[in-house]
Design a protein around this ligand. Structure first.
Ligand code: G4P
Length: 345
């Protein structure tokens, strides 16, 4: 097991000018993924795929165990709890490919009482039809869900109108009391890598709001002006202490929310291939030149076939399955294997 890369729990600037980098959680965190070697883990069974297009079926072959040891979770939870009193709403960023697994249940519970805008980010990589289903499933009286692609900016313009609508009664209440231009404050929450910095860079117009007039605000907190009358408070991205369901850890790893260097990537790629060979997206089939016989192979053999088809060989002509595993994971994360949603509502 390698230790998880240390990340600072304070605000950092990107190397790019004028871009904001969210504070990341996990200074003393570690994780480990237990599992036998791929060849010892030949799939016993593969569940029948669901009929939905580009939604990965659940799969229970190849057991493995991912454990986390986040160092600052308690401190961050306390900080969020305290700062919640200062905000009118919560903006929760989820990964549109894994809306369930990318939701920190502790933070969701902590912020449950507040009106909420859910941003289904990275929707450019998720299955369109499934994203629409998720928007419907997540929306309610006190919740607005909107699909966004923060990298291109698509959908981000819906954020302020959604927030205004959500808080319209409150804004109206202030106006009735004679406060003509009340400032609404929103706390942004999300796990590491979900796209918080990218969103903030899109929405914040690069302005850090003045915090001098806010006694009680945690030192080091950052407020951003979103638009006239709206300010946003950032919080560190946090994962949770342990995954009750190991598939959650695995899906986070597929999407890159958990770094590769802490786990057996061949095993991880095989788990992903278990799903991909059921989904059979045209991009996956074409990219690796696969036919029905290849897809019928045990998954660890399929990985070797992919290595061969891509010319990834080690000395002696053996397939370089390690390199093929890294390639499959990279190409899934870059949506080169199709727009895929791994969870259905
Ligand atoms: P964080 O603050 O929540 O930790 O996440 P951050 O914004 O740093 O985003 C993590 C990665 O996800 C970045 O890629 C970012 O570009 C990418 N990303 C964010 N939003 C979207 C989106 O809507 N669609 C897609 N396709 N990608 C998105 P990176 O490769 O780590 O960095 P970079 O080289 O792109 O800067």
């Amino acid at each position: 097991m390698k230790a998880m890369k240390n990340t600072k729990n304070n605000r950092q600037k990107n190397s790019k000018q004028n871009t904001y980098r969210a504070p990341k959680q996990g200074g003393r965190s570690g994780a480990r993924m237990k599992g036998n070697s791929p060849k010892q883990n030949a799939p016993k069974s593969v569940q029948k795929p669901k009929k939905q297009k580009n939604v990965a079926p659940a799969d229970t072959s190849h057991t493995q165990n991912i454990q986390w040891f986040p160092g600052h979770m308690t401190k961050t939870k306390r900080q969020i709890e305290r700062d919640l009193k200062l905000v009118d709403a919560v903006a929760e960023i989820l990964d549109a490919r894994i809306p369930l697994s990318s939701r920190n249940p502790d933070i969701a519970a902590l912020t449950a009482g507040k009106p909420r805008v859910i941003l289904l980010n990275k929707c450019d990589m998720a299955d369109k039809r499934m994203t629409r289903k998720w928007v419907d499933a997540l929306s309610s009286d006190k919740v607005r869900a909107i699909p966004v692609d923060c990298r291109s900016g698509r959908g981000v313009e819906q954020f302020v109108p959604a927030l205004s609508e959500l808080l319209s009664d409150k804004i109206e209440g202030y106006r009735k009391k004679g406060m003509l231009n009340p400032t609404m404050r929103v706390m942004i929450v999300g796990i590491p890598n979900v796209g918080k910095s990218t969103f903030i860079n899109r929405i914040s117009k690069k302005n850090k709001a003045q915090s001098a007039d806010r006694p009680g605000v945690t030192r080091g907190n950052q407020w951003f002006t979103v638009s006239k009358g709206f300010e946003m408070l950032d919080t560190p991205g946090v994962l949770w202490p342990k995954f009750d369901d190991q598939t959650v850890g695995e899906r986070l790893a597929f999407t890159g929310a958990i770094k590769d260097n802490i786990m057996d990537i061949e095993l991880l790629a095989i788990r992903l291939l278990d799903l991909l060979k059921e989904l059979k997206t045209p991009e996956f089939i074409e990219r690796y030149s696969l036919d029905d016989d290849d897809l019928a192979l045990p998954t660890y053999e399929l990985l070797a076939v992919i290595a061969k088809h891509r010319g990834m060989l080690i000395s002696g002509g053996e397939p370089d399955t390690g390199r093929a595993a890294a390639t499959v994971l990279d190409e899934f994360r870059a949506a080169k294997l199709g727009r895929i949603t791994l969870e259905s509502p």
